[in-house]
Design a protein around this ligand. Structure first.
Ligand SMILES: [Fe+2]
Length: 224
């Protein structure tokens, strides 16, 4: 399934060139990181989607994979809140702000995948793509927090350790699926939809609207 991994990596590289990652590098003070209030929503609801996925799973092949993933994420939202408390983010005026429309859209998609889609499709969306974007996000954010002197606690560093494992979780159950087979086409569509939603979500965190992400293979992709 190298092709699937490669497609996910290609989408991730477009997302890494988006507005969020550009703005992140120019942060001068912790006040420039107001997106952490959106990250709380993402962290809480993504974790809940993982717990729900495990709770609904009847298939023994996937139960232990989904249990491990849910268990390893389950206290992350509270670790994030503890870090925010330590550095004063919970006192700022954006504390408790509702999710942006794009954040809600992405989380709604994760919940929908967890409740309606087959297990392999869940792995494409909630592991390969979501955890891949998460890995890129934490790898980019951690050096900025270090530079601003606010890198502390378990929340941030735990991700760079385990997201790389989480993104591969379950892929070994796939067997050989050709990219142009009906199943392969489904995986490609789900990858694209997930990537596009994350791209929109992260851009909304810095007040920008992203152009829709082109589908790989549908036409030549250019990024403005
Ligand atoms: Fe993870």
């Amino acid at each position: 399934m190298e092709w699937l991994y490669k497609d996910a990596e290609d989408y991730r590289s477009y997302i890494r060139r988006g507005a969020f990652f550009k703005e992140l590098d120019s942060a001068k003070t912790p006040e420039d990181l107001s997106w952490v209030h959106q990250l709380v929503h993402q962290s809480r609801e993504f974790t809940q989607a993982l717990c729900l996925r495990y709770s609904l799973c009847h298939d023994k092949t996937y139960q232990s994979i989904f249990a491990r993933h849910a268990m390893e994420e389950v206290d992350h939202p509270d670790q994030l809140l503890a870090w925010m408390e330590e550095h004063g983010f919970l006192k700022d005026k954006l504390a408790g702000a509702p999710p942006t429309r794009e954040t809600s859209n992405t989380l709604s998609y994760c919940w929908r995948i967890a409740t309606r889609e087959p297990h392999d499709v869940q792995i494409v969306a909630l592991n390969l793509l979501s955890e891949g974007v998460a890995l890129d996000f934490y790898n980019a954010v951690i050096p900025v927090l270090r530079r601003l002197n606010i890198l502390s606690g378990r929340y941030w560093n735990v991700h760079s350790d385990i997201d790389d494992q989480h993104l591969r979780l379950g892929l070994e159950t796939f067997g050989d699926v050709a990219p142009d087979s009906p199943k392969g086409q489904t995986y490609r569509r789900v990858l694209w939809q997930s990537a596009d939603l994350y791209h929109q979500m992260l851009s909304s965190w810095v007040g920008k609207t992203a152009a829709p992400l082109p589908m790989l293979g549908a036409r030549e992709v250019t990024y403005a």
